[in-house]
Every structure is written in structure tokens, then in C-alpha cells.
Write a protein that binds this ligand. Structure first.
Ligand SMILES: [Mn+2]
Length: 443
């Protein structure tokens, strides 16, 4: 029914990729390539590399997945590549013989430098012979003269031209509007690399995509509804992606997509290479915040153990290095600490601000505590907040230093803590969204 598709299958995580989306795509593309060497599986990404992902891929010598801008079908997905070409000073006889020998309709005509000049097609010949019908006697002689002339004398130069990356639906209009019923696809140098005909358009090829770490169209690459989703591997709630046929869809409540990918290596009896074990471990550790997040399962612990043994890494040390890499990209100035991730909440007719700054270097941050408090105080006065709260979250120590300004009685009441000079260490508080905002707003 459908012919063999040689285009690579794209393996991609969600928009604004996190480390799990990057590393799971890399690890799963690698596994698929091992299991199915006849198909190319290519990991890609939908945004900038997180710092810890750059760190881990650099460290293990794996190239960054390229950025994927969309999965709409492109001209290169549908075109007939490598069109037969003929030099512009070749004779019409040579052109005619080439068309007949290869049983094709169109020849691309090129100049000495290989650049596209125009086309010669069967219509060109048909028109010549039709013209001869008027004077049958002179025909043989005319034909002889014609066939000796160069193709440059007869070429059609008004064929539409396209770029290989053009979106197919837009190119379709161009081809259908053209009396030639085809378009020539040129590369950046102006050389013909394909022809797009109505027959090519009728096949309407779809790009093939494997989604990892997401299964909702709102988080997926642009054009996803036009593509064939051929697999999904995810640990989030089941979303809205629909498919025309059944596909492998692995959805498990584990701490990371990388945990599911690692399980797939085991299920398929594929031994982990140390490099890929490290990549998967990196994603497992960041997604579970060093196996401490409430989403972490016994299976995640078991896999972290296996992966770190295979990679020859100590999970805690490696995890710390990953978070250091993530935080090294932060702005550690007072303003950076307070404003990089701040949110303002409304409560009745008052408002308050809560910022969060994650670190593995609490001492370094607390050395600036006075300056942070002063800056907060100024913000409270300038913006009229009831209070401002900064959470300096230490994921290793599993808690947050609260630094406040204004009238933070609500904070003391909500967390049952006593602030000293507006400050207190609160163990167990890691998430503003899950643990801090709801408590402050429920009071
Ligand atoms: Mn994830």
C-alpha cells in the first residue's frame, strides 16, 4: 500500500524542554536505532538546551539534538529527488533520447556550473511535432534541423521553483496553479535537487514522530496534527493526541520518562552502554530532584542503581554536578536572586510576592542575606505589597531559607514558624507551586 519511507523518524520531547525531554529523546532514539537499524531515528528538541543537558551531553561527547521547528510536511518529504539533468548545450536529440530511455516526462537543464536553467519535457517535443503537421513535406527536414539544435533554444524557463524546506501545503498551491503541473526544487546554490509533480502531491507523505515526555498537542511541536505519531513514551497524564492506527503508547507513573526508556532497554534485552546509562541517569536525577520528589518510585531507585553502576557514577555526586551546572547559568546577584523567578499573588485587596531561587550553595547565597532583605524591603514599599518572601531552596538539604520583608505574619501563621529578623529555615519546603502558594492563599 504505502511505499518504504526513508525519512528519519523524529524522537522529540515537549516545548521548553527540560533535561528529561532532551535526554529521553537521545536515549530512546539510540535504543530504536539499535532495535531497528533499517530506519533512522533522530533525537530533536523544541527549544534551547537546559544548562544541565548541555553539561551532560558535552561531558559524554554526544551531539546536541538539533532544534525542530515544525513537523508540517515539507517539499523535500514529497518531491522526487535527483532529477535527471542535461547540459544546456546538449542537442535536442540527446534530450529526446534521454526522455525515452528513462521513460520520464521532464529533464532539468543545467549550465556549466550545474545551476538550474529550465526544463525540457515531453510537451516541448509534442509541440514541435504538432507544428510540423501543417507542412508534412517539410517535416522530416525540419525535424532533423531541430534535433541538432541545443536544448537551450527550446527550454521552458517559467516552471515554478521551490525550496526543499517549503511547507508542502503552500507548495501545493504553486504546483496546481502552474500550467506545467510541476515545480523544480532548488538548493541554496540554485542547483536542482528535485521535482515536485501532481503525482508526488497525491501521495501526501506525513512525517513520523515519536513523542517522549509529553502526550498533549499543546506541548507538542507545531504541525503535530499533520504528522504521524508512531509512538509515545511518557510519565504525564494522558492527553489528547489521537492516531489513525494503534501505536505503542507506554505511559507509566514513574519519576521520569528516562526511567521508562531505561526499562525499555531492559525489556528488549539491550545492554546499556555506559554513555547512554549516564544520559538516562541524568534525566532520572533531575526529574526526580535527586530521587527526592514525591513522584519518585521504588522502580526509579532500582533503575538509578543499575544506571549508576553501569555508568560508573555515584548518583548523588553526579546529581549534584547536574544541579550545579543548572545553577551555574543563574544570575547570582541580589536582583537576580529576587526577581529571576518571582510571582505576585492577590489575596483580597492585598497582594504579596513570592520568589524562589534554587541552589546547591546555600552559604554563598546567605552571605548576601542582608542585601537581599534590603532589596525586598524596598520592593514592598515601592509596590505596596503586604509582604515579600524569597525561598532560597537547597535541594541537597531539602528545605528552603525564607527571607521576608513587609508584614509577614501570614507566612509565620501558614507555616507555623517564627521569623528571626524576617528569616527562617523551613525544612521540607521545595515547591512554591505545591507547598507554598496554596498555604498562603488558603489562609
Ligand atoms: Mn519528565
Amino acid at each position: 500500500m504505502s511505499e518504504q519511507n526513508h525519512e528519519p523518524v523524529i524522537v522529540v520531547g515537549h516545548r521548553n524542554p527540560d533535561n528529561d525531554s532532551i535526554c529521553s529523546a537521545v536515549g530512546y532514539a539510540h535504543l530504536k536505532t539499535l532495535l531497528d537499524p533499517s530506519t533512522a531515528y533522530v533525537a530533536m528538541r523544541l527549544g534551547p538546551m537546559p544548562h544541565e543537558s548541555s553539561y551532560v551531553l558535552d561531558r559524554f561527547g554526544i551531539p546536541y539534538p538539533p532544534v525542530l521547528t515544525h513537523v508540517h510536511s515539507r517539499v523535500c518529504d514529497a518531491m522526487t529527488p535527483h532529477p535527471l539533468q542535461i547540459a544546456k548545450d546538449a542537442t535536442m536529440r540527446e534530450a529526446g533520447e534521454m526522455l525515452r530511455r528513462h521513460n520520464i516526462r521532464t529533464l532539468v537543464v543545467r549550465d556549466e556550473a550545474g545551476h538550474y536553467c529550465g526544463i525540457i519535457d515531453t510537451t516541448t517535443f509534442a509541440n514541435l511535432y504538432l507544428a510540423e503537421l501543417d507542412d508534412a513535406a517539410a517535416a522530416a527536414q525540419t525535424r532533423f534541423a531541430t534535433l541538432a539544435q541545443p536544448v537551450s533554444a527550446f527550454l521552458t524557463t517559467d516552471a515554478p521553483t521551490l525550496d526543499a524546506e517549503d511547507i508542502l501545503n503552500e507548495a501545493r498551491e504553486t504546483v496546481l496553479a502552474s500550467s506545467l503541473r510541476q515545480a523544480v526544487v532548488l538548493d541554496g546554490e540554485g542547483c536542482a535537487i528535485g521535482i515536485l509533480t501532481r503525482t508526488d502531491l497525491a501521495r501526501s507523505p506525513r512525517r513520523r514522530v515519536i513523542l517522549v515526555d509529553h502526550n498533549e498537542s499543546s506541548q507538542a511541536v507545531s504541525g503535530i496534527l499533520e504528522a504521524d505519531v508512531v509512538e509515545m513514551v511518557d510519565h504525564h497524564r494522558i492527553g489528547d493526541i489521537q492516531t489513525a492506527t494503534p501505536i505503542p503508547f507506554i505511559n507509566l507513573p514513574l519519576g521520569s520518562t528516562a526511567s521508562i526508556v531505561a526499562s525499555e532497554y531492559e525489556r528488549n534485552g539491550v545492554a546499556f552502554e555506559p554513555t547512554y546509562a549516564a544520559i538516562l541517569l541524568a534525566a532520572l536525577l533531575t526529574d526526580t530532584v535527586l530521587l527526592k520528589s514525591p513522584t519518585t518510585t521504588a522502580r526509579d531507585h532500582e533503575l538509578a542503581e543499575t544506571l549508576s553502576r553501569t555508568a560508573g557514577l555515584d548518583a548523588q555526586t553526579f546529581g549534584r554536578e547536574l544541579f550545579e551546572a543548572r545553577f551555574a547559568g543563574q544570575d547570582g546577584s541580589v536582583e537576580g536572586i529576587v526577581l529571576a523567578d518571582s510571582k505576585v499573588y492577590q489575596r483580597g485587596d492585598t497582594s504579596f510576592m513570592v520568589s524562589q531561587f534554587e541552589t546547591v550553595n546555600m552559604d554563598g547565597i546567605l552571605a548576601q542575606e542582608r542585601e537581599i532583605a534590603r532589596f525586598l524591603d524596598e520592593l514592598v514599599h515601592r509596590k505596596g505589597y503586604e509582604f515579600a518572601l524569597v525561598l532560597i531552596t537547597d535541594i541537597m538539604k531539602e528545605g528552603s531559607q525564607f527571607i521576608t520583608a513587609g508584614s509577614p505574619q501570614l507566612v509565620e501563621r501558614s507555616f507555623n514558624i517564627h521569623l528571626v529578623d524576617g528569616s527562617a529555615w523551613v525544612p521540607g519546603i521545595l515547591s512554591r507551586k505545591k507547598q507554598v502558594a496554596p498555604r498562603l492563599l488558603d489562609q
